[in-house]
Design a protein around this ligand. Sequence first.
Ligand SMILES: Cc1cc2nc3c(=O)[nH]c(=O)nc-3n(C[C@H](O)[C@H](O)[C@H](O)COP(=O)(O)O)c2cc1C
Length: 172
Amino acid sequence: MKRQIQASGVERMMRENDFIVSKTDAKGIITYGNPIFIEFSGYTEEELLGTQHNIVRHPDMPRSAFKLAWDTIQSGQEFFGYVKNMAKDGSHYWVFTHITPDFDQRRNIVGYTSVRRCPKRDAVAKIEPVYRQMLQAEHSAGARDAIGAGTKVLVDLLNQTGMSYEELVFSL
Ligand SMILES: Cc1cc2nc3c(=O)[nH]c(=O)nc-3n(C[C@H](O)[C@H](O)[C@H](O)COP(=O)(O)O)c2cc1C
């Protein structure tokens, strides 16, 4: 079960050469975490394995951002994005994530692998207000329409800039 953790506002920075790696089954249940994932998450390996990956979800992250991630990887494509994660002690750490599906020989998706690198600071500064707007739209829309409202903020931004989601992410 997910514990109620209060965000502390304390930020931890990934180091330039860090890679946070985790693997999940097809439902997002953690099956592997490298030592740097264990270090940054603040959980033990026993606490992480067998747990939903939302264990490190930060309340500042909009649900619509994860919907986009899941829609992308479940369709067999790779996903790139900036994510604010929360550690067991309530501190947070920003990552630039790349999630790829793992296929069996018949091309069924059997799980996912995520590799996260140290994000560029100015990219975090640019994406943070977008996530804030998406989250705000989700909250004012109410639970049932939240995903649609959050997604609309992102789609409107993409339409304004004329970029695809991936182009936006790599332009940050
Ligand atoms: C391989 C993989 C890695 C993921 N990494 C993260 C992550 O670092 N942080 C996070 O909040 N969610 C991550 N997720 C998404 C979570 O499974 C979940 O969708 C998200 O935290 C939203 O949780 P919620 O649906 O309970 O709100 C990952 C999913 C997969 C498949």
